[in-house]
Design a protein around this ligand. Structure first.
Ligand code: NAD
Length: 260
């Protein structure tokens, strides 16, 4: 049991990658707080985890762009479990458009969810980790933390920014026993990806099948999607790592789409 009784907060965990991470953590004995926009969906995901893995789980309604909601959600976790050991800042959305048509409001929304969300949740959790002298912060980056694609100016900008935030937290937190790392998935078939297939097809003037085969998987070594379970395994690897040697790093899991 790599995370026995560890208190873990996963944002955006009512769906997709975050949900798979919460389940994987629970399968290793972690207590998980599902922090997502919708109270009902968060509670449902928490109830499923409690029933399946026999660990404690909390459903928390949290918009990660609201400082008040983030602070209240983290306070709820502290009250229930007395601390927080692992934060996974994962909540995210995608909006695609060429720069010249990208609405300024959409740009600000994207940066708010991906960057402000990571900052606010880290800011709220770090004092509790410092008090314990231990903790791990995982930020959900992307291959787009390292590589660009057309139509994704705000997403690529935000995901690159997360590398910087994680490195600063690693430098500030290192002496206090806290580490920060970034997970960088390739394309994973979740609602976030399903939504952009028709949008990209329309914008690029190609078929949906071509978007999948050429745009999403064309540069992988085997034409395969990365899965939510692949990413949950990477998250567990970082969260359960036994020493603080692994700090300020980022790991790409993308079927070879991006290599470094
Ligand atoms: P998803 O749509 O399945 O899940 C995202 C979750 O985030 C949803 O439950 C949604 O309600 C929640 N969310 C959105 N805005 C929020 C907010 N303001 N506050 C709290 N919760 C909010 O998407 P996913 O594919 O699982 O994406 C999860 C993360 O993984 C995102 O950060 C995304 O950028 C990243 N990512 C996804 C892929 C992919 O191919 N799917 C690849 C690389 C990185």
């Amino acid at each position: 049991m790599k995370l026995k009784d560890k208190a873990c907060i996963v944002t955006g965990a009512a769906s997709g990658i975050g949900n798979a991470i919460a389940k994987r953590f629970a399968s290793e004995g972690g207590k998980v707080a599902i922090a997502d926009l919708n109270a009902e969906a968060s509670q449902k995901a928490a109830d499923e985890i409690k029933a399946k893995y026999g660990v404690d789980a909390l459903g928390i309604a949290m918009d990660v762009t609201s400082e008040d909601q983030v602070n209240a959600g983290v306070a709820q976790v502290i009250e229930a479990w007395g601390g927080v050991d692992v934060l996974v800042s994962n909540a995210g959305i995608q909006i695609v458009n060429p720069v010249e048509n990208f609405a300024y409001a959409d740009w600000k929304k994207m940066l708010a969810i991906h960057l402000d969300g990571a900052f606010l949740t880290s800011k709220a959790c770090l004092p509790h980790m410092y008090a314990k002298g231990a903790g791990t912060v995982l930020l959900m980056g992307s291959v787009h933390s390292k590589e660009a694609s057309p139509l994704k100016s705000a997403y690529v900008t935000a995901k690159h920014g997360l590398l910087g935030l994680a490195r600063v937290i690693a430098k500030e937190g290192g002496k206090k026993g806290v580490r920060a790392n970034v997970i960088c998935p390739g394309f994973v078939r979740t609602p976030l990806v399903d939504k952009q297939i028709p949008e990209q097809a329309k914008e690029l003037g190609i078929s949906e099948d071509e978007v999948v085969k050429r745009v999403m998987l064309g540069q992988t070594v085997d034409g395969e999607f990365t899965t939510v379970d692949d990413i949950a395994e990477v998250a567990l690897f970082f969260a359960g790592f036994e020493t603080n040697a692994l700090n300020g790093q980022s790991l790409v899991a993308s079927h070879g789409w991006f290599m470094e």
